[in-house]
Design a protein around this ligand. Structure first.
Ligand code: AGP
Length: 610
């Protein structure tokens, strides 16, 4: 996902642009660039690779301007090359533009421009957009011309733009990709998210889809898609800046793994008041909850595994039927959304394209939308009727950890609330669950305290071509998530599987070089023994077993010495604890394999493109 930052102010913008781009690195990128206004014309510096390459160019050819835009590019059209870097110019430098998103009809627009004699120097859709905007704004009201251009561009965009004939003027516009406007004592700013400009701003505007903003020293003007001027909705910035530094940890991901105890405790403190579950943004009347017949949970990646967990919880403790689907599947099939259906979504960023598209489709079908989300003001938040914020703070590591366990906690609280409203849960049972829930943050801390043992296991087993993760029922989604973590950051292939499915095929894989990670924490019923049997099936075929087991459970002692013991936890809550062990296992495997853990290759923090 690309990153955008821009400034019009009273001091040199370049250092602010570079600091902002550094804060956007977590989104994933392969090149970067800046453009600044100079009286003699726009000046551009672009470089492939890390920001340090761009810094090197700026050191050799410094820039000093109070107006500029910057961009980190995550390639969608055209390889990572200097000519494909943003900013892109329109009409020989009359304007410079940076873009996050995809212009789906860029070939059509390009054909029209080529007929007019426009030539192109890159393979990007963004350069076409820059040239198209330049073509539409050569005369008449500039904002009107810009709006006409954007109306003809299909797809998603967040853009920052400056023009050589408009000093002290910075333009911003968004459709489908997030963009904020900020104000502070040094000027006015634009950015893809708040952390990028956090040191600079006191208040921000979350631009709505279709809006165009013009920033000048006189202030900010905003127009909507219909061309009407709208009064900016300024929101005070509450985020602490500590959230965007690694706090002494070697990586953001390790910091965020360790933050989980605090995040989960924070959620309980926020949403559990004297044993009453209070979800202030849920905005779902009891009657609506009582009439719920079905919940469809739609999400992607790690958030999909949270959804799988949510389904198991809701179906165990309430009388509601639940199904889950991937955003990239849901949006292209024909789901039957009837009266009494609630479409719920889970998303850390609130900007995942497939999840957002699914939500829009569900809304068109008349469904209310619940979002479990971590980013205030995100597109998903603005599309939803009902909200549960996960309050995990900015998650910088591309691989999701604290946001995931926060999502799981959000599902627990939502489920208990719904069960209570519908009378599906006895007061005694609810009391028991709440008591067990209160123990979760400490249990997570205990797993973190055992990280050296986990590191030793990871260092023994990371070197094979693949690994297999097995779990049952509440821990089946966790086996999937553990495998994804391993794939994402260690680049070792891994596969999560329902342990009960072993005999239907995967058992053919077992040999003495394949690490098999088995989640065997105790359950209160026959599933417990069935999982142990699965482990013994692996052992009988000389499998290399790594077990996640309940403290004090000695049943595996004769099977493997690679056991990660975790505190005894009710099975339905054990995923919040077990997953932390798997996060650390993947982390130390990645460390041993020397990968870029915070910014794994090819990955972006939020997949805002399809
Ligand atoms: C998680 O480790 C991954 N980075 C990825 O699967 C992520 O969960 C997925 O892209 C969904 O993102 P979202 O939660 O922001 O919607």
């Amino acid at each position: 996902m690309c990153g955008i930052v821009g400034m019009v102010g009273s001091r040199n913008a370049v250092p602010v642009l570079m600091e902002g781009l550094k804060r956007l690195e977590y989104r994933g990128y392969d090149s970067a660039g800046v453009a600044v206004f100079q009286p003699a014309g726009l000046e551009i510096r672009r470089a492939v690779g890390r920001l340090s390459e761009l810094e090197r160019k700026l050191a050799a050819h410094p820039l000093d301007s109070t107006l500029g835009i910057g961009h980190t590019r995550w390639a969608t059209h055209g390889v990572a090359s200097e000519r494909n870097c943003h900013p892109h110019l329109g009409q020989e430098g009359r304007l410079a533009l940076v873009h996050n998103g995809i212009i789906e009809n860029y070939q059509e627009l390009k054909a029209g421009l080529v007929q007019k004699g426009v030539t192109f120097s890159s393979e990007t859709d963004t350069e076409v957009l820059a040239q198209f905007v330049a073509d539409c704004t050569t005369e008449g009201d500039f904002v009107c011309g810009l709006r006409n251009a954007l109306k003809q561009a299909r797809g998603a965009y967040a853009i920052g733009m400056l023009c050589t004939d408009q000093p002290d003027t910075l333009y911003a516009a968004r459709l489908g990709s997030p963009l904020i406007v900020g104000k502070g004592e040094n000027g006015l700013f634009i950015a893809s998210d708040v952390p990028a400009i956090l040191p600079q701003v006191e208040e921000v505007i979350y631009l709505e889809d279709g809006e165009i903003a013009r920033l000048t020293p006189d202030g900010v003007e905003v127009w909507n898609l219909a061309g009407e001027e709208v009064s900016p909705k300024w929101v005070k910035v509450e985020m602490e800046d500590t959230a965007v530094d690694s706090g002494g940890f070697e990586t953001f991901m390790l910091k965020e793994i360790h933050e989980q105890t605090r995040v989960l405790r924070g959620l309980l403190d926020t949403y559990l008041v004297d044993e009453n579950i209070v979800l202030p943004d849920l905005n779902m009347p009891d009657q609506q909850i009582r009439e719920l017949e079905r919940i469809m949970i739609v999400s992607c990646g790690t958030a999909y595994y949270a959804a799988m967990y949510g389904r198991l919880l809701i179906e165990k403790f309430t009388s509601i039927a639940v199904e889950t689907d991937l955003g990239s599947e849901f949006r292209y099939r024909s789901p039957k959304i009837s009266h009494g259906t609630l479409v719920a979504t889970v998303s850390q960023s609130g900007e995942t394209a497939d999840t957002l598209a699914s939500v829009k489709m569900a809304k068109e079908a008349g469904s209310p939308i619940l979002a479990i989300c971590n980013v205030f003001g995100s597109s998903l938040v603005r599309e939803s009727d009902h909200l549960i914020y996960t309050h995990a703070g900015p998650e910088i590591g591309v691989a999701s950890t604290k946001a995931f366990t926060a999502q799981l906690m959000a599902f627990v609280l939502f489920t208990l609330h719904v069960a209570e409203v519908r009378g599906d849960l006895s007061p005694d049972k609810r009391k028991e669950l709440l008591a067990d829930l209160q123990k979760i943050p400490t249990a997570v801390l205990r797993v973190l305290e055992g990280k050296e043992g986990i590191r030793e296991i990871a260092e023994q087993h990371h070197d094979g071509p693949s690994s297999l993760y097995l779990g049952r029922r509440f821990n089946y989604p966790i086996a999937l998530e553990g495998a994804l973590k391993n794939k994402e950051i260690s680049y070792q292939h891994a596969e999560g599987y329902a342990a009960g499915e072993m005999k239907h095929g995967p058992i053919a894989l077992i040999n003495d070089s394949l690490p098999v990670i088995c989640i065997c924490t105790e359950t209160a019923d026959e599933v417990d023994e069935k999982m142990i049997s699965n482990v013994r099936e692996v052992q009988a075929r000389s499998g290399r077993i790594i077990a996640i087991a309940t403290e004090g459970d000695e049943r595996l002692a004769d099977i493997t010495t690679d056991i990660i013991f975790v505190p005894r936890t009710r099975e339905s809550l054990s995923p919040l604890v077990n997953v932390v062990a798997l996060q650390l296992l993947a982390y130390y495997a990645a460390q041993a394999r020397g990968t870029d853990i915070d910014k794994p290759r090819n990955l972006a923090k939020s997949v805002t493109v399809e």
